[in-house]
Design a protein around this ligand. Structure first.
Ligand SMILES: NC(=O)c1ccc[n+]([C@@H]2O[C@H](COP(=O)([O-])OP(=O)(O)OC[C@H]3O[C@@H](n4cnc5c(N)ncnc54)[C@H](OP(=O)(O)O)[C@@H]3O)[C@@H](O)[C@H]2O)c1
Length: 165
């Protein structure tokens, strides 16, 4: 099982201005294409309720799992409160070989703290927010290995890291 985190970052390291701010408004079409292709390969996407609300509907062609309080009703979506290790082992038992962790900061941090992330895909977009929501919202000490860099376009760079465990 490979668990990867996938995010678009401003050049100053933010994923959004505030919890209602959608990446759709500021990320490149190349990043959107990469996100769609890579998450469809994984077949399952995991996100928090705030992120789901910015999208407003399940991502098609993928199993959508959303962290939300018990009793939350979202059509076409599986709600969970599982700890990350439990969720990953359930998905592994269901035959998934990859899981895409799609944010936001709360969910990225919870999965990184649980030590289940193997890989990160970070797209750097040529924009600055100055303040906002960082990729993570707690102190972490994680060493990464840069596996590859790719220009998605003349202005957008994709960084692929593995987590040193
Ligand atoms: N740039 C990018 O690539 C990217 C990617 C994804 C998201 N984002 C942005 O990130 C922002 C959202 O980040 P965020 O940290 O505010 O929110 P989030 O991680 O999307 O969702 C957090 C919410 O999930 C629910 N949740 C978390 N853990 C739970 C658990 N164990 N059990 C039940 N519910 C749980 C909680 O809802 P309750 O508070 O109701 O309990 C919590 O407030 C948005 O602006 C979004 O657009 C950016």
């Amino acid at each position: 099982m490979t668990v990867f985190l996938i995010a678009a970052l401003t050049a100053d390291g933010f994923i959004a201005r505030d919890p209602t701010h959608t990446p759709m408004s500021w990320t490149s079409k190349e990043d959107k294409q990469f996100f769609t292709q890579r998450t469809k390969e994984a077949r399952v996407v995991v996100m928090g309720l705030n992120t789901y609300k910015t999208i407003g509907k399940p991502l098609p062609g993928r199993q959508n799992i959303v962290y939300a309080p018990p009793g939350t009703l979202l059509e076409g979506v599986q709600i969970t409160q599982d700890d990350p290790k439990t969720l990953i082992s359930k998905l592994s038992g269901e035959g998934f070989q990859e899981v895409a962790i799609c944010g936001g900061a709360t969910i990225y941090t919870m999965f990184m703290e649980a030590g289940v992330i193997d890989k990160l895909y970070l797209t750097l977009e040529p924009i600055l927010f100055g303040s906002g929501i960082h990729l993570f919202n707690k102190e972490l000490q994680v060493n990464l290995k840069l596996e590859s860099t790719k220009n998605l376009s003349e202005t957008t760079v994709l960084l692929e890291y593995s987590v040193q465990k």
